[in-house]
Structures are given as structure tokens and as C-alpha cells.
Design a binder for this molecule. Sequence first.
Ligand SMILES: NC(=O)c1ccc[n+]([C@@H]2O[C@H](COP(=O)([O-])OP(=O)(O)OC[C@H]3O[C@@H](n4cnc5c(N)ncnc54)[C@H](OP(=O)(O)O)[C@@H]3O)[C@@H](O)[C@H]2O)c1
Length: 269
Amino acid sequence: MKKRNLSLITGASAGLGAEFARQYAAKGWDVALTARRLDRLDALARELEDKYGVAAFTIAQDLSKEGAADAIIHELKEAGRHVDALVNNAGYGLPGTFFNTSWEEQAAFIQVLYTAPIELVHKLLPGMAERNFGRIINVASLAGYTPGSSGHTLYASVKAGLIKFSESIHAEAEAAGHDIHCTALCPGFTWTEFHDVNGTREMTNEWPDWMWMEAGPVVKAGLDGVSRGAPVVVPGAVNKGLATLTRILPEPLGRAVMKQQGKRFRKTD
Ligand SMILES: NC(=O)c1ccc[n+]([C@@H]2O[C@H](COP(=O)([O-])OP(=O)(O)OC[C@H]3O[C@@H](n4cnc5c(N)ncnc54)[C@H](OP(=O)(O)O)[C@@H]3O)[C@@H](O)[C@H]2O)c1
């Protein structure tokens, strides 16, 4: 019997990652769920197996640790499975200024949000090319478009990097004639645990409801985008408008706006 396609989703224990798992399973894909909290992954895996009759693998790994990407790939290989879709979603915000945070915290942040996703793509691409099929979603952010601001220093940098990286992988796959699509998904404010984890919930509660999206439509936009081969997807009309604004505003004005507004969702202490 032909095995179902498999989607590997990082950061699947909460928020957008759990929603990616639900939407892939609803499409009849098997899923491999990874994050640090195994109890949550196991509960989600049982839910998806019961509801959709798919296979759900759970792999507890901390992506800040070197070797985590290899360990995930090894575990799937042992189970006799290859990855047809990769969703690089795990992430968090690191509050504080660069000056006030330790190098250990910054290095772990770069590892989780930039190095590990890129490493997973590098190690899974050859198999995708061999089978001539692959779908890759790198969850970036609207922050990848906006100017840098005070606090959460590297967040905008790594998200901008993921957008450029996704565009390059998209271009390279297209040039090689492979049926491999790579998409950077750039959400704005989305209802998940993200702002609870980084301690900005009270600040971000001040932003009006129309600025926010539910995880469902954000993930759907990502899945639709990667299916049609879009290199970058900005979900929702408000976020699309903001992304356009960042491109047409003169740079000094953009930086001035971020200086003002950044204080309302980034912590500098
Ligand atoms: N929510 C927003 O407003 C928003 C906007 C733009 C972009 N994003 C991006 O969306 C992505 C998903 O975030 P979310 O909003 O869904 O946040 P979330 O609800 O807090 O989920 C974050 C996920 O990342 C995992 N994770 C965090 N650190 C990890 C580590 N060291 N190793 C492995 N997994 C780790 C968490 O799992 P464990 O804690 O179990 O490890 C969790 O599953 C992130 O890349 C974020 O930057 C979010």
C-alpha cells in the first residue's frame, strides 16, 4: 500500500504549529510533530489519529541544541519515513535590548529561529529533489518587512533572513525544474501563545481586534501559497496593507513610525 505523504512540523505543541498539524491531517497527510513538550505533542497526535485516521509521529527535541535537526531526521528514517513537506514554524520572541541580554540567549535564539530551519531544509532538500516533490513553509513574520526597532533585537533580522532564504530556495528549485515549492509565511499579530511566552500580552492586548488574525486562516493562507508556488505569503488584508506600506514609506519615516509603535509591542527592559 502506498504510504501517505508526511509533513514534518516544528513547534507543533501550540499555536500555528498545532494548527498546521490539524490542517495537514485534515487533508489526509501523516504528520511528524516536534517541539519540547512531549505531553502536548502526544495529545495532539492522538486527536489527529482518532479524527482523521492518519499516522502522527511525535519527536521531543529542543531546537536550540546542536544536533536536534539530525536527531529528528534520524528518528523519521528509523520509522521508515521520508519528509514530503517541512514546516519550519518553531519560534519565540526574546524580550530586552541586545545590551541587556546574554550571548547564550541570543545564540539559542539564532539557533532555533534561523540555523535549525535552514539546516532542516539543507538536509531534507536532496531527498525532495530525488523524489521530485517537496513543499517547504518557513514561518517568518511581518516583522521581516518592518525596520528594526529597540527590543527583541534579532527578531526582525532573522525573519527578514528567512524571507530572503525562502525566495532563494524557491528560485533554485524553479531553475532546477524540481517540483519543490518554498514559501515564507509572514503573519502579523496572531492569536497564539506567542505573546504570553514573551511577556508582551498586556501590551499587545491594547492593539485593536482588527489587527489580529486567528491561527486557522493564517495557516490556510500558508498552505494555499505553498501549493500554488508563491515564494512569499502575507496573510490577511490588514497585514497585506501594512507590508505594502513598509515598501512605499520613505525609510526615515518608516523608522520613525517603528520607533513610536515598537514601544507598544516590544519590551526593552
Ligand atoms: N503569534 C504571532 O503573532 C506571530 C506573528 C508573526 C510570526 N509568528 C511566528 O509564528 C511561529 C509560531 O509561533 P506561535 O505564534 O504559534 O507561538 P506559540 O503558540 O508560542 O508556539 C511556539 C512553538 O514553538 C515551539 N518552540 C519554542 N522554542 C522551541 C525550542 N527551543 N525547540 C523546539 N520548539 C520550540 C514551542 O514548543 P515547546 O515550547 O513545546 O518547545 C511551540 O510549539 C514563530 O516562528 C513566530 O515567530 C507569530
